[in-house]
Design a protein around this ligand. Structure first.
Ligand SMILES: C[S@@+](CC[C@H](N)C(=O)[O-])C[C@H]1O[C@@H](n2cnc3c(N)ncnc32)[C@H](O)[C@@H]1O
Length: 347
């Protein structure tokens, strides 16, 4: 397939994903680019001559994120008036987008240079009941919380948000971020989660004190998903004052170092991750399991270890918990990948 055809196809495929995932605006934008993009602008040429695999490179999301960021910055006013909450007008949207590609020029290049990076706050609504299960099983010990693939660390500060989890209140009731996933099944254990220390790692950690990093997190949220946008802005405000410590690095080497640290008596070490493992190479995925099993074998009732994973498990997402000593793996819930709903299965 010629480069141009595979680019148009990648945008059309992304349009289908966006339509299914509840963003008619981004679906329309991707569909319009698929059909009408031409070589009149330098950006049009760069996209149509994309040297890599456009679908795997998430090229459509790179462009949509860049346009959204420039619209939010006030850089493209003619396009901005057609963005949500304005009603969708595909003909006008394409005219304004074509002009914007020309006008934005090099300002869009940095957005095309790298892959999108997100940090979905609503996933805290799935991780939090998992931590409550850890708290219930370990006598509400203070937790040493470690997260791999933490992005900006918005789910590493999950105890700073407010929750209604199947009727059970959790977290900080005064928080500006309130998460209420659609809940099915029995309620989670009403155990208190106390985080004594936290630390995360990412190949590319985002620093919430940096305006450009905050802009990235917001830009990749689809502009018609107003609730997600508002939640992200509130979570950034919540976390940015005291951002969680994040290291730049590869997760498995970092995890090996953490697990080699002497456990602090009276605490429980918890390793958590959400929608991250699938981005690790297969050897890295296996290494995470092996490192935890090795450290778990050394755990004792005085030095327990928990592994809380919220990841794709076949075709759906599952929340699983493995607790040592013992090492039994339990499926706590199945859940929507963005945390919209959760089917709790643990007693
Ligand atoms: C889809 S994001 C999920 C981020 C966050 N866990 C969440 O649920 O919002 C996956 C993250 O994993 C990071 N990542 C991918 N491979 C990694 C690796 N080998 N080591 C550390 N981080 C990695 C990426 O940089 C990205 O921030």
């Amino acid at each position: 397939m010629a480069a141009e055809d595979s680019v148009r196809r990648a945008f059309a495929i992304q349009a289908g994903h966006c339509a299914r995932l509840g963003s008619p605006f981004t679906a329309s934008l991707c569909g319009l680019v698929a059909e009408w993009l031409d070589r009149r602008s330098a950006i049009g040429c760069r996209i149509l001559d994309w040297p890599g695999p456009p679908e795997a490179d998430a090229l459509a999301l790179r462009l949509c994120g860049g346009l959204h960021a420039l619209v939010r910055r006030g850089r493209l006013p003619e396009l901005a008036i057609l963005y949500p909450p304005a009603p969708l007008d595909p003909a006008a949207l394409w005219d304004a987008t074509a002009r914007a590609l020309d006008e934005a020029g090099a300002d869009l290049d940095p957005w095309l240079d790298g892959p999108p990076q997100t940090n979905e706050v609503a996933r805290s609504g799935v991780l939090m009941p998992g931590l409550m299960a850890v708290a219930a099983a370990t006598g509400e010990r203070p937790m040493i919380l470690w997260e791999i693939g933490a992005s900006a660390g918005l789910n590493l500060v999950l105890d700073r948000y407010a929750y209604d989890l199947g009727g059970v209140a959790a977290g900080d009731p005064a928080a500006p971020v309130r998460l209420v996933p659609d809940w099915t099944g029995p309620p989670p254990p009403a155990a208190r989660v106390a985080v004594a220390a936290r630390r995360g790692v990412d190949l590319n950690p985002l620093d919430l004190r940096e305006a450009s990093h905050r802009e990235r997190l917001v830009a990749y949220i689809w502009p018609d998903q107003r609730e997600r946008l508002a939640r992200m802005e509130a979570a950034i405000a919540c976390a940015a004052e005291t951002p969680p410590p994040l290291d730049r690095g590869e997760a498995t080497a970092w995890l090996a170092d953490r697990l080699a640290e002497p456990p602090q008596p009276g605490t429980v070490r918890v390793v958590q991750h959400s929608i991250a493992l699938q981005y690790f190479p297969p050897a890295g995925q296996a290494r995470v399991g092996a490192l935890l099993a090795e450290a778990g074998a050394r755990a004792s009732p005085a030095t327990p270890l928990a592994w809380l994973a919220y990841e794709f498990d076949g075709s759906a997402c599952a929340l699983t918990l493995t607790l040592w000593p013992g090492g039994e793996r339990r499926i706590l819930a199945s859940a929507h990948p963005h945390g919209q709903w959760l089917r709790w299965s643990a007693a």
